[in-house]
Write a protein that binds this ligand. Structure first.
Ligand SMILES: [Mg+2]
Length: 305
C-alpha cells in the first residue's frame, strides 16, 4: 500500500533545538525508500528554505523547500484561491511576507481587504494600524490559532492566536484561523503531498504531538493520525479528548523499521523522549479555536461623542 506522511515538526522531529532520538533515522528511512512526506508546521515565521537550513543544522541534510508546508503558505494559498486580487496589511515575519509575495498578494496600508496576522513582529504601532484597517472594513485572518508556543521546557512565547485575540477584542470582529487544525491546511497539504508522490496515495498519515491541532485536524480531514508522546501530550490525557488518534507511539523512531520493511510495528518501548512536558498543565486555552464551541460575538458599545 502506498502511504504518505504529513509530519509535524516541533515535538516530533525536534524539541528545543535538539533532535528527538531516532528522528534522524526515521527521515533518512523516508528518503531512502522514496516514501512521500511533507513537514507541516503552524509556525508562520520561517520560510520553507529557513526550515531546510534549520534541519541541516540539527544534523538532517537532504531537504529542500518543497518538503515543508507552513501556516504562512496556507494563508497565502487560501487568499490566492478565494480572493486572488485582494490586498493585505500584514503583521508577521519573513515567512508570511514571502508567502504572500510569492502568490502576488499586494501589501496595502491604506485600504486593505484583509489584515493578516502571523507569528511575531507585533508592535503597538502595527496593532493600532491593523485596528484602524479592520474598523475601516478589512477582514481579519490569522495564520494559526496558537495562543502561545513553546520556546523551551520552561518558557513560552506569545503566538499568532494571541495577536489575533487582541484585535478581536479591540474591534469586535472575529478572526478566521487557517493552519492546523483547519481543514483547509490538511486539504492543501494532502494535495501537495500527492503532487510530491506523483500519483494518488492509498493512505495519508498525519504524525503529530498535539491533540487539538495535529490529531483533531487529521480526524476531521479523514486522514489517519499517529500521536507521538515525545512532545506536548502525556498518555494520561489522551482519553480526555472526543477525537482519538489511530495509533499512539512513544516517538517517531517507532516507525523507522515499519517504513523500511513495510511491516507494521507494535513496538511501544522505544527510547522515548522523556524531557519536558512542563506546559501540559499551563492554564488557559492553548489555541484560539479551542473556544469556538463557546462562540459569542463580542459587541462593543457604541462610541460616545
Ligand atoms: Mg508539535
Amino acid at each position: 500500500m502506498k502511504s504518505g506522511f504529513l509530519i509535524d515538526m516541533d515535538g516530533v522531529i525536534y524539541r528545543e533545538n535538539h533532535l528527538i532520538p531516532g528522528a534522524g533515522d526515521f527521515v533518512q528511512a523516508l528518503l531512502a525508500t522514496g516514501t512521500p512526506f511533507l513537514f507541516l508546521t503552524n509556525n508562520s515565521a520561517p520560510t520553507p528554505e529557513d526550515l531546510a537550513v534549520r534541519m541541516r543544522h540539527l544534523g538532517i541534510p537532504g531537504f529542500s523547500a518543497r518538503h515543508f508546508y507552513t501556516s504562512a503558505l496556507n494563508a497565502a494559498d487560501f487568499l490566492s484561491e478565494t480572493d486572488p486580487d485582494c490586498t493585505v496589511y500584514v503583521i508577521g515575519e519573513g515567512g508570511l511576507l514571502a508567502a504572500l509575495h510569492e502568490r502576488k498578494i499586494a501589501n496595502d496600508a491604506i485600504q486593505p481587504r484583509y489584515v493578516v496576522v502571523g507569528e511575531g513582529a507585533t508592535t503597538m504601532e502595527k496593532l493600532a494600524k491593523a485596528h484602524e484597517c479592520i474598523e475601516a472594513g478589512a477582514r481579519l485572518l490569522a495564520t494559526n490559532p496558537d495562543n502561545w508556543c513553546p520556546v523551551s521546557s520552561a518558557k513560552t512565547r506569545p503566538g499568532a492566536g494571541a495577536t489575533a485575540a487582541y484585535l478581536e477584542a479591540s474591534t469586535g470582529q472575529r478572526a478566521y484561523y487557517v493552519g492546523k487544525p483547519n481543514g483547509y491546511m490538511f486539504h492543501r497539504a494532502r494535495r501537495k503531498l500527492v503532487e510530491l508522490a506523483l500519483g494518488e496515495l492509498e493512505q495519508v498519515v498525519m504524525i503529530g504531538d498535539t491533540m487539538e491541532t495535529d490529531i483533531r485536524g487529521a480526524v476531521e480531514a479523514g486522514l489517519h493520525s499517529f500521536l507521538v508522546l515525545s512532545g506536548s501530550t502525556r498518555l494520561e490525557t489522551v482519553g480526555d479528548y472526543v477525537y482519538q488518534p489511530t495509533r499512539v507511539l512513544q516517538s517517531i523512531a517507532d516507525l523507522t523499521t515499519e517504513v523500511l520493511t513495510g511491516q507494521a510495528s507494535d513496538r511501544l518501548d522505544s527510547p522515548a523522549f522523556t524531557h519536558g512536558g512542563s506546559h501540559a498543565h499551563r492554564p488557559g486555552l492553548r489555541h484560539q479555536t479551542d473556544r469556538f464551541t463557546f462562540h459569542k460575538p463580542r459587541p462593543r458599545p457604541a462610541m460616545t461623542k
